[in-house]
Ligand binder design. Structure first.
Ligand SMILES: NC(=O)c1ccc[n+]([C@@H]2O[C@H](COP(=O)([O-])OP(=O)(O)OC[C@H]3O[C@@H](n4cnc5c(N)ncnc54)[C@H](OP(=O)(O)O)[C@@H]3O)[C@@H](O)[C@H]2O)c1
Length: 322
């Protein structure tokens, strides 16, 4: 039986992956700080995300390590939150690197979360892994420090992949899709500000399939954009969501309104107003085929099934229309 260790696997993306690999007969281990884990998928093993402990034995002879740890960025970027966002990513990454250095048989592949927000604010230039320009500002600095911590250690036996993931659309807790769907159903699902900001996204099913693909393809290493090949403007994103929900209209949100709403909801407008224009050049050049390359198909799938409904094991393949 193959074994995958998911650090921070109790959250949205970890549960998507645990389910995907469990369905394939893998042993999925979740490293969690919780002492009473309530998540559905995976075998919980306790750790503190900071220090070496008995949990490291789970990594010896595991096939794959995926690290998804990180405090949610959906909060006000005050000094204390900024520090917590940074440390909750750097510390688990460093302690995992330290543990791999000490193991006799470390996993041959380690995939570490990062984010497509590492690229600059771009309206017209798509950002790929080779020519994409890194941006500036708090979120970008977090991603840079995160990737630096990931690649700094000498780990000759382990191939490393930094997952520059865009917004993952799925049903799980902490996913943005159920929140957006609720807003749209209330008639509030219009464009945000001018609506020209680009939105990169990926369906949860393709997120898991792309990770499996990267594990299997030994030539994939370094940064990897996990995002669908057809990003859209925010205006098209919200319109496509409304169409899939059969909602005829959505009130647009002007920028000052968004600032007030973000303050009330204890979040930041950067999450919705930054133009994220990442494309999956590396995945496509390695011939990965997306099941959901287009947003209308992704939303149709998500709105037509409830969270508890099983995803088909092998949905029909659709070739990207690029
Ligand atoms: N969801 C997306 O669309 C998306 C897009 C791009 C990048 N990402 C990144 O991908 C990662 C996973 O995303 P997600 O949506 O699954 O997040 P999530 O649901 O918030 O899960 C993250 C997990 O990290 C663990 N964690 C939090 N603070 C920690 C700390 N200080 N030390 C150790 N572990 C800690 C928690 O596990 P325990 O409490 O069980 O220990 C939590 O379940 C995050 O780093 C996120 O920034 C997500």
């Amino acid at each position: 039986m193959k074994k995958i260790v998911l650090a921070g696997g109790s959250g949205f993306l970890g549960q998507v992956l645990a389910r995907h690999f469990n369905e394939k007969g893998w042993d999925a281990v979740i490293l969690t700080r919780g002492d009473d884990p309530k998540f559905a998928e995976g075998r919980p093993v306790q750790w503190d995300g900071e220090t070496i402990g008995p949990w490291t034995s789970e990594l010896n002879e595991a096939d794959v390590l995926v690290n998804l740890c990180g405090k949610s960025v959906n909060c006000r970027y005050r000094r204390r939150n900024r520090e917590a966002i940074l440390q909750s990513r750097i510390r688990p990454t460093r302690v995992l690197a330290k543990s791999l250095r000490e193991l006799e048989n470390p996993p041959s592949v380690w995939l570490n979360a990062s984010s497509a927000t590492i690229y600059r604010h771009s309206f017209d230039t798509p950002m790929d892994e080779t020519d994409g320009e890194l941006g500036h500002g708090f979120s970008v600095e977090i991603c840079r420090a995160w990737e630096d911590a990931f690649f700094e250690a000498e780990l000759p036996a382990t191939r490393r992949i930094a997952l520059r993931t865009s917004m993952v659309l799925g049903h799980g807790n902490n996913s943005v899709f159920p929140i957006l769907a609720r807003i749209a159903r209330c008639g509030m699902g219009g464009k945000l500000s001018h609506g020209n900001q680009m939105t990169s996204w990926i369906h949860e099913r393709d997120f898991a399939r792309a990770i499996e693909f990267a594990i299997d393809d030994e030539d994939i290493a370094g940064p990897l954009n996990l995002t669908a090949p057809a990003p859209v403007t925010n205006s098209v994103f919200m319109k496509t969501l409304r169409q899939s929900l059969r909602i005829p209209f959505g009130l647009p949100h002007i920028k000052p309104m968004l600032e007030i709403a973000a303050w009330i909801m204890r979040t930041e407008t950067e999450l919705t107003l930054k133009s994220r224009f990442a494309i999956p050049a590396k995945l496509l050049s390695h011939r990965f085929v997306f099941n959901y390359p287009f947003l209308d198909e992704a939303f149709e799938n998500l709105t037509r099934r409830t969270p508890s409904q099983e995803l088909p094991t092998e949905p029909a393949l659709t070739l990207p229309r690029l």
